[in-house]
Design a protein around this ligand. Structure first.
Ligand code: NDP
Ligand code: HSE
Length: 434
């Protein structure tokens, strides 16, 4: 056993919810192991949350309690402030800024904060020489931040993509396998501690977009550009789409996809049909998976639990151990002032195939009208399926297209939506066979 060669590293933890309690439980369970790995102990000295009386399933009695997490970040007896409150602004941001300005190291799991203010916080940390770690902010327990920043540092990365939100993958998996409704499965994800405090961040794709913006920065050496991410969530995915996907040989996944080309950087989050035998189709439940393409290494895939107290605490502690052991790498892989400002490519230039589901009045000539809209935009149909035959009720019609451009497809969708026989806006899902 390696002996501790210095004083324990002292942590002040702001936020004692799913992740904060998970971090304390991990430190309690793995104290000796952490000491071996860091060469010094890891000790919690101070904590802060809103409700001091709440039972969090961990013993807080030996820690100094602070009602004000910002004062704690500035004044508590600690080396590292661990921010596990959440939110892109407000108290979480104030905690991190106060800690960095006081020269304290910061570890955060807060992807919203980093997606909006990551570059500025990195500059702030560099000014005082503090470390700023956020392994837990992307893909829960999957160590993709360190992999991109350090393990793949010898490569130019051209693409990073994957399943970045555990809640959505859990919902899509459960809906497909059990037929349970969206709202019930979302309630499960909340009870399991997977979902954000406001779960619309998960189901509307925003959380995955936060993570994708962080990954793009690390992968491509560009400033974090959350505004450049095209974002769609899973709210409009109906059980019927999951059934049609099965019939067509696909599964539906919420993917985050970032690519760097000579023209610029594209970043998009949207539900995607992937072939049922594609490796990413096998990633189910709360599991996340991230694939990167490097010019020397080729494809590298990391997968594991994307949410939950234990996996996220594992990632938080990885950053804490780096601080404790004195291991440092530039926060986004290069100094903050070396991060480039990339040209952000609009979604309209995307090229690919599409699945479109329509609800139409089943009368003669409707399909001819729909195909005329496709013809006018030079979009080629690959297949069409009609479900049901009822002159009194609208029926579902699904079509898939050959590759086309997003710009043409948006014209098609507007044209179809304007037809009298189409009774609700079409549902569109992009197809990715790569
Ligand atoms: P929770 O909602 O479970 O916990 C948030 C904690 O912050 C609570 O303890 C709450 O106090 C505390 N808090 C809120 N406002 C204040 C305030 N003004 N002052 C002091 N404390 C405050 O969130 P999670 O643990 O799930 O998430 C924490 C962070 O980790 C977020 O940034 C989230 O995005 C991120 N994350 C979460 C993952 C997960 O699987 N849950 C995975 C990866 C990252 P109280 O308990 O008293 O209400
Ligand atoms: N709400 C997030 C998710 C937590 O479901 O993936 C992990 O970042």
């Amino acid at each position: 056993m390696m002996m501790a060669n210095g004083e324990a590293v002292k942590l002040a933890i702001a936020g004692l919810g799913t992740v904060g309690a998970g971090v304390i439980a991990l430190i309690e369970a793995q104290g000796a192991l952490l000491t071996d790995r860091a060469g010094r102990g890891v000790q919690v000295t101070a904590v802060s949350a809103r409700d001091r009386a709440r039972d969090r399933g961990v013993d807080l009695s030996s820690f100094e309690w602070w009602d004000d997490p910002v004062a704690m970040a500035r004044e508590a007896d600690c080396d590292v402030v661990v921010e596990l409150i959440g939110g892109s602004d407000g108290v979480a941001k104030a905690v991190c800024e106060a800690a960095l300005d006081a020269g304290r190291h910061v570890v955060s799991a807060n992807k919203a904060l980093i997606a909006h203010h990551g570059t500025a916080l990195a500059e702030r940390a560099e000014r005082t020489g503090a470390a700023f770690g956020f392994e837990a902010a992307v893909a829960g327990g999957v160590p993709i931040v360190k992999a991109l920043r350090e393990g793949l540092a010898g490569n130019r990365i051209s693409r990073v993509h994957g399943i970045l939100n555990g809640t959505c993958n859990y919902i899509l998996t459960e809906m497909r396998e059990t037929g349970r409704p969206f709202e019930d499965v979302l309630a499960d994800a909340q009870a399991l501690g997977y979902a954000e405090a406001d779960p619309s961040f998960d189901v509307d794709g925003v959380d995955a977009a936060h993570k994708l913006a962080i990954l793009s920065s690390l992968a491509f050496g560009v400033a974090v550009d959350f505004a450049g991410v095209h974002v769609e969530g899973i709210r409009r995915i109906a059980p019927l789409d999951l059934e049609f996907a099965r019939e067509l040989g696909f599964k539906i996944k919420l993917l985050g996809i970032a690519e760097k080309t000579a023209e610029g950087v594209s970043q998009r989050v949207h539900p995607t049909m992937v072939p049922v035998d594609a490796p990413i189709a096998a990633i189910e439940g709360v599991t996340n998976a991230v694939e990167t393409e490097g010019d020397f290494v080729g494809s590298v895939v990391l997968q594991g639990a994307g949410a939950g107290g234990g996996p996220t605490a594992s990632a938080v502690i990885a950053d804490v151990l780096d601080v404790a052991a004195g291991r440092r790498a530039p926060i986004f892989g290069v100094p903050a002032d070396a991060l480039a400002t990339a040209q952000s490519l609009p979604m309209s230039v995307h090229e690919g195939a599409y699945y479109v589901r329509l609800r139409v009045i089943d009368r003669p000539g409707v399909i001819a009208d729909v195909t005329a809209v496709l013809r006018d935009q030079a979009v080629s149909m690959e297949s069409i399926i009609q479900r049901g035959r009822d002159p009194e009720e609208p029926v579902d019609v699904v079509m898939t297209t050959h590759d086309t451009t997003e710009a043409a497809m948006q014209q098609v969708l507007a044209g179809i939506d304007a037809l009298d026989a189409v009774v609700e806006p079409p549902t569109v899902i992009r197809i990715d066979r790569t």
